[in-house]
Design a protein around this ligand. Structure first.
Ligand code: C2O
Ligand code: CU
Length: 462
């Protein structure tokens, strides 16, 4: 009698463990299989070294009427240099800091060796004024990337320190124009200078520092000539401290080729895409043959008042539209069953008061006083990000790409990788990833004032 119960009990335990095994372990292993070949784990160097000298220093910019604005820049220009390399090239940057402050360069979205990631106190020492540092790496992914300081970034990026890195894929089609649109906003005072108070109480209590002048490539509403029938690639990069854009082109229908540098699985129309700080969008735009107006506007529709960012000026010239397939990456995992998997990491985003100050926290911790979170490489990981505040947090993870799985418990269809995702007021977002690159990678809010106020943590990929 007793034995019968024991057998029954053991059998039950067996069945339950089988169920647990197949409902969890099975899919999780499949998630890794589905992921494989989505992007490279290692890249073969092709032997070419592309070398650049970059100097960060105070300079002047003339973009507000006749007055010169004091800025900080890379090589005296804003945006900084556009570095271009082919997949497989080694990029070597001889960097010199001629700023009155220490600095570093972080390669946003680029899977670099950990020691090249530019995070002071985590991957390198800050570079003192007058000192130099050599950054050298082989980008593993082709696409649109950017670089910026990771020291006092809410001040240094706002003053104008950012540049672009484009890694070309030899398999990509040739567009007649490859335009880089660096979108920034500036908080300018009555003397046409950068408003000198950084990380103000106002910035911290809200969504960071939003400026009063919006520029594309440091110009206010620039226009770019295009011909009828022309097919162009536009790379939009949001380098603003905190402003989010929702770009639309009301008179045409651009297709999204890539998000955050990485090609999408299926090209989609540009609608309702929040281009948060850090995000990039690569667009395929064909100027209709029969376009009747003389300009095509790019409008920001994120804020209540819409704003023209830039325009394509359609000149009276006609060219044949090249016929090629949109570039895409078909190997992006669906991970549809990931909804049944419990997250192995939860990140709660919130604010606290510390004396007279406001601090932004991840799991109640203020950077750099954080406990390192561990993720296993080559395993499926699911992270739940809970925004417990009513502010916007564009969360960025260094060194890895992730896929958004759900928002507020509802599955979302995003057939592309990201390195930055906007988490809105009280929203919860689940992301999935298979980390490949080992090391200490920070994860932070890209509203730079929030990051400065502590909203950053360290993820170790082992
Ligand atoms: Cu562009 Cu740590 O960020
Ligand atoms: Cu934030």
């Amino acid at each position: 009698m007793k034995l019968k119960y024991i057998y029954a009990f053991l059998f039950l335990v067996f069945v339950v463990s089988l169920l647990v095994y197949f409902s969890n372990k099975g899919p999780v292993d499949n998630f890794v299989k589905e992921f494989n070949n989505s992007y490279l784990s290692e890249i073969e160097p092709n032997g070419t070294i592309i070398e650049y000298d970059i100097v960060a220093a105070p300079s002047k910019l003339n973009f507000l009427g006749d007055t010169e604005t004091n800025v900080w820049s890379y090589n005296g220009q804003i945006p900084g240099p556009v570095l271009r390399a082919e997949l497989g090239d080694t990029i070597k940057v001889n960097f010199t800091n001629n700023l009155p402050q220490e600095t570093t360069i972080h390669w946003h979205g680029v899977r670099v060796p950990n020691a090249m990631d530019g995070v002071p106190g985590v991957t390198q020492d800050a570079i003192e004024p007058g000192e130099s540092f050599v950054y050298e790496f082989i980008p593993k992914d082709a696409g649109t990337f950017w670089f910026h300081p990771h020291v006092r970034s809410s001040e240094q990026v706002e003053r104008g320190l950012y540049g672009i890195l484009i890694v070309e894929d030899p398999n990509d089609p040739e567009y007649s124009q490859d335009l880089v649109w660096v979108v920034d906003d500036w908080l300018i005072d009555g003397d046409n200078q950068i408003y000198e108070a950084f990380n103000t109480m106002h910035d911290l209590m809200h969504d960071g520092r939003w400026g009063n002048v919006i520029t594309v490539n440091s110009q206010i509403q620039p226009s770019f000539p295009v011909a009828h029938g022309e097919r162009i690639r536009v790379r939009m990069i949001n380098v603003s401290n905190a402003r989010v854009y929702k770009p639309v082109f009301p008179s045409i229908n651009p297709k999204v080729i890539a998000v955050d540098g990485m090609k999408v699985a299926d090209n989609f129309n540009l609608v309702n895409f929040d281009l948060a700080p850090g995000n990039r969008l690569d667009l395929d735009i064909t100027i209709p043959d029969d376009f009747s107006g003389d300009s095509i506007n790019a409008i920001d529709t994120f804020s209540k008042t819409t704003y023209k960012l830039a325009s394509l000026q359609v000149i009276p010239e006609f060219v044949d539209t090249p016929d090629f397939d949109l570039p895409k990456n078909e190997n992006i995992p669906n991970w549809t069953d990931a909804k049944d998997v419990e997250p192995n990491v939860v990140l709660d985003l919130d604010a606290i008061r510390q004396g007279m100050q406001i601090k932004w926290t991840i799991n109640s911790q203020v950077f750099p006083d954080v406990e390192t979170i561990t993720l296993e490489s080559n395993k499926f990981n699911k992270i739940l990000i809970n925004n417990k505040s009513t502010r916007l947090h564009p969360m960025h993870l260094h060194g890895q790409f992730f896929k958004v799985l759900s928002r507020n418990g509802k599955e979302v269809e995003e057939d592309y990788w990201r390195d930055t995702v906007l988490v809105k007021a009280n929203e919860s977002v689940e992301i999935g990833l298979v980390p490949l690159d080992k090391g200490l990678w920070v994860n932070h809010c890209h509203a730079l004032e929030h990051a400065e106020a502590g909203m950053m943590t360290i993820i170790e990929v082992i």
